[in-house]
Design a binder for this molecule. Structure first.
Ligand code: SAH
Length: 372
């Protein structure tokens, strides 16, 4: 509920307090957590006038979220258990990595219940540890400090997970996000189905997700780019723990924008290219620059596609709509003078649902394109 939608506040609710939201005529609208410092002034816990928001209510929401993951195929022991607003728990993210759960507390409303989440999640899942990674910029907008450390049990260190037959070591304490990009699980599997015998280029590879899927599927050669040396070192370790043939894998510390041009100068061609960049548009005001950046990398990647080659291209910027993303990519194809088929629209994996009332939750979009 944005600040501009609020006519007036009665009483003096403190940060995280439970407030009742009413219409001008006094009709009940919602119960919400109050956040005086944030432009998102209140986060809705419930639209049900008959329910108050207490530990029993939140426990029920957690249990429902976890049960919703029964629909997720059993090929992985790592998945998102709670996806914030989309699971009716605004500002709370909980990711499971084997028997460790990593939590992000992102709103004043969720912060109010900070002592509750760790023990409740442990009780509901049997996890050995619950670790907090609330070191994200959005907390500052809520007037909350960055916070990292164990909530339950000891600090877990590196955690080994398995996803569709591939093992990954996840650094939950220092890795990006909560340690791994769980949202790309299904798209990594798709990359595997396209990689056999192909020369593969994986821009923005992080700890090797798409690259390992391609190697495992029998790619001829996989070139992976990232600017983070730590990420590349972790990716190499992941090749090792899976006993995959590292002679088929090149790991390059490079800026994708510059390196794609270099590959073009070298006349390289690839049967599969993956572009999964970081969030170029964290907010609305970044959209014009982000659009230029998305267009640039897609244009150069398209020039590197072999005949019949596949491009899996993504944007995880909430402010870039799927429609706009497709327009940007179409513009890139026109300028690259490449004819492409849209084989499928792609999104986040099944453990990242989005509420129909919260389209912003649908942040990850992608296109599977194939060159003629
Ligand atoms: N596809 C990955 C996740 C990618 S996250 C997976 O499935 O796990 C985005 C990555 O891009 C991060 O690892 C970040 O270090 C890297 N990155 C950011 N800017 C970059 C740039 N200009 N060139 C290369 N890598 C970059």
């Amino acid at each position: 509920m944005f600040s501009g939608a609020i006519d007036h506040v009665e009483g003096e609710p403190a940060t995280g307090d439970l407030v009742t939201v009413v219409a001008r005529d006094g009709a009940f609208l919602a119960r919400a957590g109050y956040s005086p410092q944030s432009q998102i002034r209140a986060r809705v816990w419930s639209f049900d006038p008959a329910r108050t928001v207490d530990a029993a209510f939140l426990r029920e929401r957690l249990a429902t979220s976890i049960a919703r993951r029964d629909a997720v195929p059993k090929g992985s022991n790592a998945m998102r258990l709670v996806h914030g607003e989309s699971d009716g728990l605004p500002g709370l993210v909980a990711d499971r990595y084997g028997d460790v759960i990593v939590v992000q507390i992102l709103s004043a409303a969720a912060e109010r219940w900070r002592k509750f989440w760790g023990p409740a999640l442990q009780e509901l899942t049997g996890a050995r540890a619950v670790y907090e990674r609330s070191d994200v910029e959005v907390r500052a907008l809520e007037g909350l400090p960055s916070q990292v450390g164990p909530l339950v049990g000891a600090a877990p260190g590196a955690v080994k997970i398995e996803e569709d037959g591939i093992a990954y070591e996840v650094d939950v304490a220092a890795g990006q996000k909560t340690g791994f990009y769980l949202d790309q699980r299904e798209n990594r599997a798709l990359a595997g189905t396209l990689a056999s015998g192909a020369d593969v280029l994986n821009g923005f590879c992080y700890t090797g997700g798409f690259s390992l899927a391609a190697l495992k599927a029998g790619a001829k050669q996989v070139t992976s780019l990232d600017t983070s040396e730590e990420a590349l070192a972790a990716a190499r370790r992941n090749v090792e723990i899976n006993s995959l043939d590292d002679s088929r894998a090149d790991w390059v510390a490079a800026d994708v924008f510059a390196y794609l041009r270099r590959l073009r100068d070298q006349n390289k061609r690839y049967g599969l290219i993956v572009l999964d960049p970081p969030k170029f548009a964290p907010t609305e005001k970044h959209v014009p620059n982000a659009a230029r950046a998305y267009k640039d990398i897609n244009l150069w990647a398209m020039k590197l596609l072999a005949p019949g080659g596949h491009l899996l291209t993504f944007s995880c910027s909430g402010a870039i709509t799927p429609d706009l993303f497709q327009k940007i990519v179409a513009g890139a194809a026109a300028d690259a003078k490449v004819d492409l088929q849209v084989r499928r629209h792609l999104g986040a994996a099944l453990d990242h649902p989005s509420s129909i009332h919260f389209p912003e939750g649908e942040y990850l979009k992608g296109l599977w394109l194939q060159a003629s």
